[in-house]
Design a protein around this ligand. Structure first.
Ligand code: TRP
Ligand code: ZN
Length: 899
């Protein structure tokens, strides 16, 4: 790629401390939708630890300059340019006053200050603050903020910013003001303001040390009936962080605000978290069990950032995983604890399985494509493109490995030392690793590889049993497959891999484990051992092994790697029936299913007829009828790997073949186990009032999975009858949406109109609930299509529906992203119609909201891995986009894809 094609590559190695520091920031806003005036007063001084600079270079974008003053005197030596302001020949220490204006009403990027639903909101991470006023908009410049908001009192009765409210009152001409002060130093990306017609659910609690705290969840008035769950989630988060990490809420007041127009999930602004409505609003009628769980996780995530992100922040954006990987790990542990207590391994496993499924489907794919990057990237063009699966999810796995190596207590010691050393600072991933190492008396130099190497490591395993000597040896070899060029560039020495292993005896029981050369009581009685792999190839020998065992490898997914081991089908069935590690039990079933599905996909690809053995049916039958397993575990174990994941496992991705194979197996499982599915449906009804508890959600999940399988039958009469009754009687969205989906599936298979009435009813019933209408769009975008009724036709018709709105990211995602990313068989239609649609929408979104456009642009990045006909059409669509788009965000993506 030439330098002109991709301008302004930012490199980690170029980091330099800022030439100036800003100790205090005083902001005054006169909020008017079309022209908001911002006056900023900054206490500036030279940074003693940086090279001397004559000029102060401030970043600013899309701002109208009105005036500047230094120490109260107008300053003429100001040069306005494309990227901001140069304040020239400044003294060593001074007060700088800047006045400017911006246009929130015209801001469709949803970065900076913008208007949504008539109210004002901000989004500053990563680089939005510079769209509000000129600043050293980088995370290592930390300041204390005082903020005064002035606005019309009727239109904007509520005025919020970070920290504590210190004054409020009326002004002439029907206006009013509020003044907020945040006592904690923070980087500009954590600044926030909100102004508008909002109401709050309030609760007062006492924090661990007995201090009174005011908690608020702010929403539009008609949404107040959907705030209870978010409030409960917040209270649970506060309690969990106190008990697990000894971390207390440090402000007197903590606010969550919901906004419909939002680029991502939520934002951890100090004391004033701003959330996508999708991750706040829930009641049984409008939100599914998955929504309830997601809200709990995201509320937790943002709350946990108060310590991991805000009190200790990032030195630069290359360190993003310092806060995101760590905070995802924390929210995962929190959700696991909420779903069954901190100590219940079986309940925790469900959450673990869900997280690993996301990692493997999304992050492993990222690692195999042109956007592959290490957890701590070396360079970027647009930082918004690096809020990735790798930084978040693989980053969380890297943090989890410290806990796997040192145990929960050792991990806690490392966290304590991290805060002891770095509270109030902007630091690096190396600082976190050093705290973990020092607190546990370990040298973790080798562990740096997890931050610096891109790509998914593979561990291939060979085993040998010496019956006479009763020795069992396990040889582990680590390396990388031929991944993307981007990944190969960074791959260096062997990694330190914590590899958890168990050995299962012929009776299905775990064997006691003793490593060669180990004294008797080393870890007496332990049946899982974490092997520390540090070499390219290494052999571990277990002694006193009485019978030839079956290895249970990488228990609980102890490292983000691919394990290669040649299990037989019968061995996988055995593990699925007996492994004491619930994660690996699930894993065995998935391996079995994947093997079968890939063999079928290969046949479909070659135009051969599909036929399958009974191995999978028998294994699934045992799981389905084993009532000693929790419903939620059975649901996960009986779900087939996704079409996207399967296509990625093929030498050349063929979505149509994968779809045919997966549908074939679904129908086979439905037919062979019809009686069992019907029984599971009846056995898992949840009569009475809706409860979003893990137990009830698990039952609904298994029941609705049964319904979904039954809808695959050639004669779907049972499914249609059950689903119609379930739709009509439902007292919750989980059951209603699942019933509708089953009806749509039965219709697709048979061409009948079973779903017509329910689909119309669904719209009419929830017309005033945008988040439910999102579900209505998304159900249709992801539905099964047939040759006679391709889904692209439905999607194009829905683009013209009066409720469709490209400017609202949730709505755009519900229709466009759902079709392009979650309906692979239809999106990858052989005629290229999906790609043409994709190109149109990327170009349209690019002009409105580059961040959202760039997310959609990534949907074609794996184009080289597809079959030749698809590949050519994908490349053509990418080239069309590359020629037309303007934003740095989308250009980085398509140029890297085509390079
Ligand atoms: N820091 C946020 C989180 O992970 C995510 C975030 C980053 C974000 N940039 C954003 C959210 C832009 C909205 C818009 O919790
Ligand atoms: Zn985060």
């Amino acid at each position: 790629m030439s330098d002109t094609a991709t301008p302004n590559v930012i490199r980690r190695e170029d980091y330099a401390p800022p030439a100036f520091l800003i100790d205090t920031v005083d902001l005054e806003f006169d909020l008017v939708p079309e022209r908001t005036i911002v006056k900023s007063t900054l206490a500036v001084r030279r940074n003693p630890d940086a090279k001397h600079a004559a000029h102060l270079e401030l970043l600013g974008e899309q701002l109208e300059f009105i005036g500047a003053a230094i120490d109260g005197q107008p300053w003429e030596q100001v040069r306005a340019h494309e990227h901001g302001l140069s304040i020239e020949n400044v003294p060593d220490s001074f007060t700088l006053t800047l006045t400017g204006a911006c246009d929130p009403a015209a801001n469709t990027t949803l970065s900076g200050l913008y208007v949504s639903g008539g109210n004002f909101f901000t989004q500053c991470e990563a680089e939005g603050f510079r769209r509000i006023t000129w600043f050293l908009d980088r995370p290592d410049v930390m300041s204390t903020y005082t903020v005064t908001l002035r606005a019309d009192k009727t239109s904007y009765p509520v005025l919020l910013s970070n920290g504590n409210l210190i004054a409020e009152g009326d002004l002439p001409d029907g206006r009013h003001y509020a003044k907020w002060e945040d006592p904690f130093r923070k980087p500009s990306y954590l600044f926030a303001l909100v102004a508008g017609k909002l109401v709050a659910l309030e609760e007062r609690i006492q924090s661990g040390s007995g201090k009174e705290k005011l908690l608020q969840v702010w929403v539009e008035p008609h949404d107040l009936d959907k705030t209870r769950h978010a409030m409960d989630s917040l209270i649970h988060s506060i309690r969990w962080d106190e008990s697990r990490f000894g971390l207390e809420l440090d402000l007197d007041r903590f606010m969550i605000v919901a906004v419909s127009d939002f680029n991502m999930g939520a934002m951890e602004n100090k004391g004033l978290n701003i959330f996508n409505t999708k991750y706040v609003l829930a009641n049984p009628e409008t939100a599914t069990d998955v929504d309830f769980a997601n809200i709990e996780a995201v509320v937790g995530h943002e709350y946990f950032h108060n310590w991991t992100g805000n009190r200790v922040t990032c030195r630069d954006w290359f360190q993003l995983s310092l806060k995101e990987g760590l905070t995802v790990f924390r929210d995962q542990e929190f959700s696991a604890a909420m779903s069954g207590g901190d100590e219940n391994e079986a309940a925790r496993a469900t959450k673990r399985i869900e997280d690993v499924r996301v990692l493997r489907q999304m992050q492993f794919a990222e690692d195999a494509g042109p956007m592959a990057h290490p957890v701590r990237p070396e360079s970027y063009v647009e930082i918004n493109n690096f809020y990735t699966m790798t930084v978040y999810e693989k980053g969380a796995e890297v943090v989890r490995m410290y806990q796997t190596l040192f145990g929960r207590d050792g991990f806690r010691k490392g966290m304590d030392l991290y805060f002891q050393r770095h509270d109030g600072q902007a630091v690096t991933c190396d600082d976190f690793r050093a705290a973990m190492a020092d607190a546990n008396g370990r040298d973790l130099a080798q562990f740096e590889g997890w931050y610096s190497q891109a790509g998914t490591p593979r561990v291939s395993v060979t085993t040998h049993y010496d019956a006479a000597a009763k020795r069992y040896s396990v040889t582990l070899a680590q390396g990388y497959a031929n991944g993307s060029p981007a990944a190969r560039e960074t791959q260096k020495g062997p990694l330190l891999i914590p590899f958890a292993i168990g050995l299962i005896g012929p009776d299905g029981q775990d064997l006691p484990l003793k490593l060669e050369g180990e004294s008797q009581g080393a870890q007496a009685g332990a049946t899982t051992r974490v092997l520390e792999v540090t070499e390219k190839q290494q052999t571990f020998t277990f002694v006193d092994v009485e019978a030839k065992p079956l290895p249970s490898l990488l228990r609980n997914f102890s490292a983000p790697v691919i394990v290669e081991y040649d299990y037989g089908n019968d061995e996988l069935a055995f593990l699925l029936a007996h492994d004491s590690d619930p994660f690996n039990r699930w894993e065995a079933g998935q391996r079995l299913a994947t093997r079968e599905l890939l063999a079928l996909a290969a046949r479909a690809s070659a135009g051969q007829p599909l036929e399958t053995s009974d191995a999978l049916v028998q294994a699934f039958s045992r799981v389905l009828t084993d009532t000693s397993l929790s419903p939620s575990f059975r649901e996960l174990a009986l779900m087939l790997p996704s079409e996207t994941y399967l296509a990625e496992q093929m030498a050349e991705s063929d979505p149509a073949a994968v779809h045919a194979a997966r549908q074939f197996v679904r129908k086979r499982l439905a037919t062979a186990l019809k009686a069992e599915w019907l029984a599971a449906y009846q056995a898992n009804l949840t009569p009475g009032a809706y409860e979003p508890t893990p137990e009830a959600a698990g039952r609904r999940g298994l029941k609705n999975l049964a319904l979904s399988y039954l809808s695959e039958l050639d004669d779907p009469a049972d499914a249609v009858r059950l689903a119609t009754a379930q739709y009509d009687a439902a007292n919750n969205m989980t059951d209603r949406a699942a019933a509708l989906s089953a009806l749509m599936n039965a219709s697709a298979a048979t061409g009948a109109g079973y779903a017509k009435n329910a689909l119309e009813d669904f719209y009419a019933r929830f017309e005033k609930e945008p988040l439910v209408i999102d579900k209505w769009f998304s159900l249709q975008a992801t539905q099964r299509g047939t040759a006679q009724r391709p889904v692209i036709d439905t999607v194009r018709a829905l683009m013209r529906h009066p409720a469709f709105n490209l400017k609202n990211p949730n709505r755009a995602r519900s229709l466009i992203f759902s079709f392009c990313a979650a309906n692979p068989a239809q999106f990858h239609a052989a005629d290229g119609s999906g790609y043409a649609f994709w190109a149109e929408q990327v170009i349209a979104l690019d002009a409105i909201n580059p961040q959202v456009a760039a997310r959609l642009a990534r949907n074609l990045e794996l184009w080289r891995r597809f079959t030749p006909t698809l590949r050519d059409k994908m490349r053509a669509a990418l080239e069309q986009v590359a020629a037309r788009v303007k934003s740095r965000d989308v250009r980085e993506i398509v140029e890297k894809a085509l390079a």
